[in-house]
Design a protein around this ligand. Structure first.
Ligand code: NAD
Length: 462
């Protein structure tokens, strides 16, 4: 672990990593696989501390703490497929470009920076790291200062597992992040809010460093009339209350066919009670809000509309009950920002076209959910809306499908990762064309004379 006191400390870290990268050690697939296995072993060894840290940072129940540890399944997936992904990818050649051969050769980028948020503070540092290692890079990690217990576990785990010239971790807040961002990296992978995303992109622009921005936003959840209400309610309540709503892909608000609103609200209420009891504050399975600032922001959003269920809160404990809110309009403040907490506004629509239009008028979401058995409705929503990811008849779980890319679009982010998408994100997909000497046709060389005719034909003009 490094505590950065001065810009020279950052520069020194980078110098060491660049020197190591230049040795070529990280290019070997055996090396990468060994590092991934070491990372897996370390996570398994530290699992109790990781879960305990999630509890201390966010009041997370043990079950939800295991979501952090679940990154080992991504490591297993990557280990299984890495040799195939790293192989040259053959590309075919048009007749006019032959003889020759062409391929895409994945190669590491160099030294990358990973900056993480506080809500899944372990997983959102380790998951990008898996991709960075798999692709053969060195990496500097900067976890969130707002999840200090997890940050401390990460320090220990990274320090005891990796050579700091290969992978190192720097603890700290905004100053540390900015000191790191002032340096030239080969890629910056940032997970967090939109405001800081812009700061990161601006800093990266000074060095023309490519960025992956995993941001947030308001993820709509449309509920059509043709659903299994009970199952829909089970899944929605789970996805919204997981980590007390502090999940980037949590359904932010419901957009419900007005004909089933009353029944859906009843089913949601029943589910909240079934999961967390009469008083969720006493449930061992319900998390807390990360800090007073977030708590005050969320409580500030409670003054709008009519609370149907929940609404009670306690600042000493940073507890906010799972809360269903009715009577919200699109212009209310709660609809202007990502909620990122256990408040669920319920808006309605009469006509699916109106619901689609309303969603499309707003910034492109990170995730979009639709509950419907009706295939036509499904097709309409898939074809006429946009989002980083979509999930039909469930919420959140699309992020655990390692062979789907995970990322945002528009203001919810740029670039994607997970599985092979991580490997590609942290690789330069270098094009290689190889020509033999044995044939060298004359048509492209001056003097051109009447070769224009041949060229026109070759490019598809008559
Ligand atoms: P944040 O942007 O406040 O902080 C994230 C990181 O940025 C932290 O490490 C922090 O130290 C650093 N940072 C903060 N201010 C900075 C500054 N001025 N300059 C440079 N670095 C700075 O985000 P957060 O509050 O930790 O996370 C919540 C947000 O992250 C939500 O919007 C959520 O939707 C989003 N999120 C997205 C994903 C995803 O995968 N797309 C996952 C989790 C969270």
């Amino acid at each position: 672990m490094t505590t950065l006191a001065a810009p020279t400390a950052v520069a020194e870290l980078l110098r060491r990593q660049r020197a190591y990268w230049n040795t070529g050690a990280t290019r070997s697939l055996d090396f990468r696989l060994a590092q991934l296995k070491a990372l897996r072993t370390a996570i398994v060894q530290h699992q109790a501390e990781i879960i305990d840290a999630a509890k201390r940072d966010l009041g997370r129940p043990e079950f939800e703490g295991y979501i952090e540890v679940a990154v080992i399944s991504e490591i297993d997936y990557v280990i299984k497929h890495l040799r195939r992904w790293a192989k040259p990818r053959k590309a075919s050649l048009a007749l006019s470009q032959r003889p020759g051969s062409a391929w895409v050769q994945p190669e590491p980028l160099g030294v990358v920076l990973v900056i993480g948020p506080w809500n899944y503070p372990f997983q959102l540092i380790i998951s990008p790291l898996i991709g960075a290692i798999a692709a053969g890079n060195c990496a500097i990690l900067k976890p969130s200062e707002l999840a200090p217990a997890t940050s401390a576990v990460l320090v220990q785990l990274i320090e005891t597992t990796f050579d700091p010239a290969h992978i190192t971790l720097v603890e700290g807040g905004v100053d540390t992040a900015q000191a790191l961002l002032a340096e030239r990296f080969d890629h910056i992978f940032y997970t967090g809010g939109e405001r800081v995303g812009k700061i990161v992109m601006q800093a990266a622009a000074q060095h023309l460093t490519p960025v992956t921005l995993e941001l947030g936003g308001k993820s709509p959840c449309i509920v059509d009339a043709d659903v299994n209400l009970e199952v829909a309610a089970r899944r929605i309540v789970w996805g919204k209350c997981l980590n007390a709503g502090q999940t980037c892909v949590a359904p932010d608000y419901l957009l419900v066919d007005e004909r089933i609103k009353a029944e859906l609200v009843a089913a949601l209420q029943q589910r909240i009670q079934a999961c967390y009891g009469e008083n969720p504050a006493q449930s061992p399975d319900y998390s807390r809000i990360v800090n007073d600032r977030q708590f005050d922001r969320l409580v500030g959003l409670l003054g709008q509309g009519t609370v149907l269920v929940g609404g009670d809160h306690n600042r000493d404990d940073r507890y906010i009950a799972p809360t269903l809110i009715d009577g919200i309009g699109w212009d209310d403040p709660i609809m202007q920002e990502e909620i990122f907490g256990p408040l669920l506004p319920i808006l309605t629509y009469r006509d699916l076209d109106d619901a689609i239009a309303a969603v499309n008028q707003r910034p492109k979401p990170l995730a979009l959910y639709l509950f419907s058995r009706d295939r036509q409705v499904q097709t309409q929503v898939i074809d006429r809306t946009t989002a980083g990811s979509m999930c039909l008849n469930d919420v959140v779980v699309q992020v655990a499908v390692w062979n789907l890319p995970f990322g945002g679009v528009g203001s919810s982010g740029m670039g994607s990762y997970h599985g092979q998408y991580s490997f590609d994100t942290f690789s330069n997909l270098k094009s290689v064309l190889k020509k033999p000497f044995w044939l060298d046709v004359d048509w492209r060389y001056p003097p051109y004379q009447d070769k224009v005719k041949v060229f026109r034909k070759l490019i598809g003009l008559s």
